[in-house]
Design a protein around this ligand. Structure first.
Ligand code: ADP
Length: 418
């Protein structure tokens, strides 16, 4: 089965095309600045050449048409006809209380994703647009599957997911912790258990997804019991431009003092805070690292804060799990930032964690492996994330069951009912 994985943002559309026979990526790329005259279209050819184009892409449909055209291009493409695209898997950020697993997208599911837009306006709206664009371009015959960022966290108990505000707001608006990056936490926790040669249902794990957006999950026996992101991806610890948890009074105080609207406040917390806000330099950790080497005090402070906040979260989750069998780092910073990993692990020395410097230096640029010493009481791993592969696997699984159900019983329409 060949599957197209789509990750649609408000002005972007990332894609990967995979052959599930050997889970090989046949093509990948992204469209950015959709809506502008000079939108960008970047892709890799089958022989790994990078192509960067500028063209007008006014809508997600135009972007998707360009992707399909490129996939079918006789020189750089991966298929001869659209018929070779068997199914489409979509990343959807917010599944809310409705979706605890990946689903086949029916008109009802589409409506449910739309109903969840108020809980994730920056994400679910554009993702729905991506789904609708695919429907227009591919028609109804190509099955589409939604894989939610929140669904891996659906096992959290109420004591972990409820905020201590009047209960009626949970009842009325479904305000609670949902958690995000679930597909990444699911992928790396399972992959790490596999690499360790241990069944996941025997392990207490903490997975640290540290990238531009970041979150940590506490996973007991394969099930999330707590995670740092909350109702939205703003909660948790400091990120590229997001503030993470803060005293809620700061929000009302600043709004009053600076006469800010909710939109302006939202923008400050989401786009001007975090590493960018503290350092005044950049949201990109490579720039902060460079600033640190140059002795920039705010870059040094930014890294001190980031390490401190992560160490605190890990400590809290060790307590929540009642122990720890394995610590995992993933995503852009977690997979590459050697110094940051070492400093975080130094802060965990009290747990008996010790990092092997040589192994730590080796595990960069997409390599997976253990970075702790033999003496370390708890193994520490670097496991590159692969959300697209998991989306493709879920899509294959659901479409296979859908086809099976349809051949067995013509009345079955939802594969998850079988
Ligand atoms: P996103 O949340 O957008 O998916 P990523 O997981 O790609 O983000 O992470 C982006 C962050 O990872 C940036 O802060 C960047 O500096 C850092 N990063 C990415 N690649 C490297 C690298 N090779 N070395 C150091 N840091 C890196």
């Amino acid at each position: 089965m060949k599957i197209l994985v789509i990750n649609a943002g408000s002005s972007s559309l990332k894609y990967q095309f995979l052959d599930m026979k050997n889970e090989k990526v046949l093509a990948k790329g992204n469209c950015e600045r959709i809506g502008e005259e000079a939108a960008g279209f970047h892709y890799k050819t089958a022989d790994n050449r990078r192509v960067d184009l500028t063209m007008p892409l006014k809508t997600h449909i135009e972007a998707l048409n360009q992707v399909v055209k490129t996939l079918m291009d006789p020189e750089v493409g991966a298929v001869k006809s659209m018929k070779e695209i068997d199914a489409i898997g979509h990343r959807v950020a917010q599944g809310g209380p409705t979706f605890s697993k990946s689903v086949h997208i029916t008109p009802e599911v589409e409506k449910q994703i739309e109903d969840l837009i108020p809980l994730a306006p920056l994400h679910n709206g554009p993702e729905l647009e991506g789904i609708r664009a695919c429907k227009k371009v591919f028609g109804d015959k190509v099955p589409q599957v939604a894989v939610f960022d929140t669904s891996f966290h659906a096992t959290m108990p109420p004591k972990a997911y409820l905020y201590a505000i009047p209960y009626r707001y949970y009842e009325k608006y479904k305000i609670r912790r949902y958690g995000f990056h679930g597909t990444s936490h699911r992928y790396v926790s399972h992959k790490c258990a596999e690499l360790m040669g241990r069944p996941i249902d025997t392990l207490k794990m903490i997975t640290c997804h540290i990238g531009n957006g970041s979150s940590i999950a506490a996973i007991r026996h394969g099930k999330v019991i707590d995670t740092s992101m909350g109702l939205t991806p703003l909660d948790g610890f400091m990120m590229g431009t997001r503030c993470g948890s803060l005293d809620p009074s700061i929000v009302t105080y600043l709004m009053e003092k600076e006469n800010l609207s909710p939109e302006e406040m939202n923008r400050i917390l989401n786009e001007e805070s975090g590493m960018l806000g503290v350092s005044g330099l950049s949201s990109d950790d490579r720039d902060i690292a460079k600033g640190e080497i140059e002795g920039n005090p705010r870059a040094i402070l930014t890294h001190e804060m980031l390490v401190y906040q992560i160490v605190k979260f890990i400590g809290a989750y060790v307590a929540a799990l009642g122990g720890l069998d394995c610590l995992v780092f993933t995503a852009g910073i977690g997979e590459n930032q050697v110094d940051l990993r070492r400093n975080i692990c130094r802060g965990l020395f009290y747990l008996g964690i010790e990092v092997d410097d040589a192994a730590n230096h080796q595990m960069v640029g997409g390599k997976a492996g253990e970075i702790s010493t033999e003496r370390s009481r708890i193994p520490v791993w670097v496991v590159p994330t692969n959300e697209e592969l998991l989306i493709a696997r879920d899509t294959q699984d659901i479409v296979t069951r859908l086809r099976y159900a349809l051949t067995e019983d013509k009345t079955v329409v939802d594969p998850l009912d079988v």
